[in-house]
Design a protein around this ligand. Structure first.
Ligand code: PGA
Length: 246
């Protein structure tokens, strides 16, 4: 199974977002064996997209969640609220949140714990500095919950807003080996956690990453709101999953 996770950031609102997912669904109508496609819009669009996606196989996710689940926390959105609104996934620890809101590993680990308790699947992002953030953000996670975890290697410099372009495949594979070693150590043995790559993935380069057995999927930012790119990326995942078909 390959994953295509669309991180819309602040690129798309409710109306444009609904039109975009309708176009996405049209492009894949009738196809079987689809990859796991997850759309993560801004909070405000979640309700509307839940309606549009409810009878499709495309899943809904959020770009963040608070570490408390209810209470006096003005302006925050807790994991159970997301679950209640139809989300199955949540992205946590993204480098933009670490840089813009000062999120520390400790804060991310509290969010990871709360999201797992709410039965969300956690898409944990780590940047170029792998070991500290991975250990810190997974502090307290129990082996029994590891099945709901995905880890994204997303070197900060490769994010499209930095303009430096996607990371070389070899470097991604080296980083994945490091991530696997840390996970093995943390959870006392090999665990099956999908590993994704993120950073300037688009319709042109997606297959380079997705065709690798070691790469379980991609996290896509700016290209995920462009219909031709996202359909090509999903097409690349389909091709990687069914090399003899399509
Ligand atoms: P990008 O963003 O695809 O625009 O590089 C990826 C991300 O930051 O999640």
């Amino acid at each position: 199974m390959k994953y295509v996770i669309a991180n819309w950031k602040m690129y798309q609102g409710t109306r444009g977002g609904a039109a975009l997912v309708r176009a996405m669904l049209r492009a894949y109508r009738g196809k079987t064996d689809l990859p796991e496609v997850v759309v993560c819009p801004g909070f405000l669009a979640i309700g509307e997209l839940q309606k549009v996606l409810s009878r499709s196989r495309v899943k809904l996710g959020a770009q963040d969640a608070f570490w408390e689940d209810d209470g006096a926390h003005t302006g925050s959105v807790g994991p159970s609220m997301l679950k209640d609104a139809g989300c199955e996934y949540v992205i946590l620890g993204h480098s933009e949140r670490r840089a813009e809101f000062g999120e520390t590993n400790e804060m991310v680990s509290k969010k990871v714990g709360a999201a797992l308790r709410a039965s969300l699947r956690v898409v944990l992002c780590v940047g170029a500095d792998i070991e500290g953030p991975l250990r810190g953000s997974l502090e307290g996670v129990l082996r029994k919950d590891v099945g709901r975890l995905l880890v994204v290697y997303e070197p900060e410099g490769a994010i499209s807003s930095q303009g430096r372009g996607a990371e070389d495949l070899e470097k991604v594979l080296e980083a994945f080996a490091k991530i696997r070693a840390v996970l093995k150590d943390l959870f006392n043995g090999a665990v099956s956690v999908p590993l994704l790559y993120g950073g300037s993935v688009d319709g042109e380069n997606a297959y380079t990453y997705l065709r690798e057995d070691a790469i379980d999927g991609v996290l896509v930012g700016s290209a995920s709101v462009k219909i031709h790119h996202i359909t090509d990326i999903i097409g690349a995942a389909l091709r990687a999953m069914n090399p003899r078909g399509l």
